[in-house]
Design a binder for this molecule. Sequence first.
Ligand SMILES: Nc1nc2c(ncn2[C@@H]2O[C@H](COP(=O)(O)OP(=O)(O)O)[C@@H](O)[C@H]2O)c(=O)[nH]1
Ligand SMILES: [Mg+2]
Length: 305
Amino acid sequence: MLIQWYPGHMAKARRMLIENLKIIDVVVEIIDARAPLSTRNPDFDDLFVQKKRVIIMNKSDLASPVQTKRWIEYYKKNGIQAIEFVATNSSRKKNAVDLIEKAAEDEVVRLKQKGVSKTVRAMVVGIPNVGKSTFINRIAGATRAQVGDKPGVTKGKQWVKITPYLELMDTPGLLWPKLEIEKYAQHLAFIGSVKDDVMDVERLANYLLGELVLVCKDDVALRYKKIGNIENIEYIISNIESNYDLLEAVARSRGFILSGNEPDTERAARIVLDEFRAGKITKITLDRIEDIGKYDNVEDNNNEK
Ligand SMILES: Nc1nc2c(ncn2[C@@H]2O[C@H](COP(=O)(O)OP(=O)(O)O)[C@@H](O)[C@H]2O)c(=O)[nH]1
Ligand SMILES: [Mg+2]
């Protein structure tokens, strides 16, 4: 799957981020709860090793609640506090503010004992489209950060006062995901983090259906009835690269038929992607804890060649 990011933008965004790191106390990492592995930049651990960090599992309205809880426990075991979040919904703002303040608490207390009132400075970081701008707007309570995908757009440093002792940088730090791992690239494409016009949408939607059927066949069959009628579905999924049976079943379920009784798989593909991204098929977490390291090895092998 060919995906083109913009190396020039990436280098610049990374430089900006490292520059800004010097003046901040807490790094707020935003990830997409549907893909906690795929939407994390592999450099996070190295870049932020000296910083207090928290993880916001955003878009948790679209993810499996059980899986999100498991991920939060996993991060906690690794010494990072994380919360589930829905940046498009106002109800949990306080959880995020508490989380960030708590991360800097030791330092605040230490300085207080010296008679210094410390203002905690936090920066939001993440890969494109995870909801960084929406999060900042939600926390700041105004439309300060522009929502949309415009990598490389930079402004002067601005701080938004969240509480008397907490300030948030209004420009998020931008990093890129690890696209060399095919599985991660695919998951990013499923959730809409990669522009569809650089990909074959039919192939993409067909792969997505294969992955969904493996995890939650009943939900998929409930939405696209003819998928429930497919025989040998395991065989079809294990040969997903050489057939479009799942996508054709979606087209027939919706009555998307072309002349000659041909299923309109292109139209079906767009519907599947749109409905999945809107959370209409099911709430699903594509990256699971048991997948940690599973695909990284594949990449290591490639490097040795
Ligand atoms: N369903 C859902 N959509 C969200 C959430 N947060 C952000 N979005 C949407 O995701 C898209 C990308 O958000 P944006 O803030 O521009 O991402 P950024 O590139 O990281 O700054 C927008 O369409 C948002 O409305 C969320 O918690 N749930
Ligand atoms: Mg943004």
